[in-house]
Design a protein around this ligand. Structure first.
Ligand SMILES: *[C@@H]1O[C@H](CO)[C@@H](O)[C@H](O)[C@H]1NC(C)=O
Ligand SMILES: *[C@@H]1O[C@H](CO)[C@@H](O)[C@H](O)[C@H]1NC(C)=O
Ligand SMILES: *[C@@H]1O[C@H](CO)[C@@H](O)[C@H](O)[C@H]1NC(C)=O
Ligand SMILES: [Cu+2]
Length: 156
């Protein structure tokens, strides 16, 4: 009897734990994509980024590109001279380490480059994977089952 319940609990964890650690994918700017005159800090404000989540920068090449820069370059809209831009128009960046990350577009437009026109994103990546809503529900359900099993074991 009790071992059946234990098996069920173990099976539920085996199925749902990998899903709980699953990374999230964020389309930068959602439907607007990666473009000028968009407030990416407002877009990022209500989001929590965790290690292994991904950012997807969507745009029509060669109109834009993506440079990962440091805080100084971000603040000054300094485009790195190195040829390290992502430019596919569907650029996927995995957030592999925690900390602050900065991204800008390196394209120019007269005397203002796209970064100066607001095409810049700064985020903070948190350590560890985010627990999903499904995981929270399942873990509370599992806790209830553990209690049920303990009650059964005590009664037997
Ligand atoms: C940012 O990068 C530039 C050039 O690559 C470098 O000179 C500068 O020291 C860096 N700043 C920081 C805060 O890392
Ligand atoms: C960045 O801008 C600040 C002022 O906003 C300036 O003092 C500094 O020299 C600039 N740095 C670079 C690397 O352009
Ligand atoms: C991120 O993914 C790597 C490789 O799949 C994995 O080894 C690591 O544990 C993951 N980190 C987190 C915090 O989920
Ligand atoms: Cu651009």
């Amino acid at each position: 009897m009790a071992s059946n319940y234990t098996f069920v609990i173990l099976a539920i964890f085996a199925i749902l734990l990998p899903a709980a650690a699953m990374a999230k994918e964020y389309i930068v700017g959602d439907d607007s994509g990666w473009t000028v005159n968009h407030d990416y800090q407002a877009w990022a404000k209500d989001k929590e980024f965790h290690v292994n989540d991904t950012l997807v920068f969507k745009y029509t090449p060669p109109n834009h590109n993506v440079f990962k820069v440091n805080g100084t370059e971000f603040n000054n809209c300094t485009v790195p001279s190195s040829n390290s831009a992502l430019s596919s128009g569907n650029d996927v960046i995995t957030l592999s380490t925690p900390g602050n990350k900065w991204y800008i577009c390196g394209k120019g437009n007269g005397d203002k480059n796209h970064c100066q026109l607001g095409q810049k994103l700064s985020i903070t990546v948190k350590e560890g994977a985010a627990p999903s809503a499904a995981f929270k529900i399942v873990s509370s359900a599992s806790s209830l089952m553990v209690v049920a099993v303990m009650v059964l074991v005590t009664l037997i």
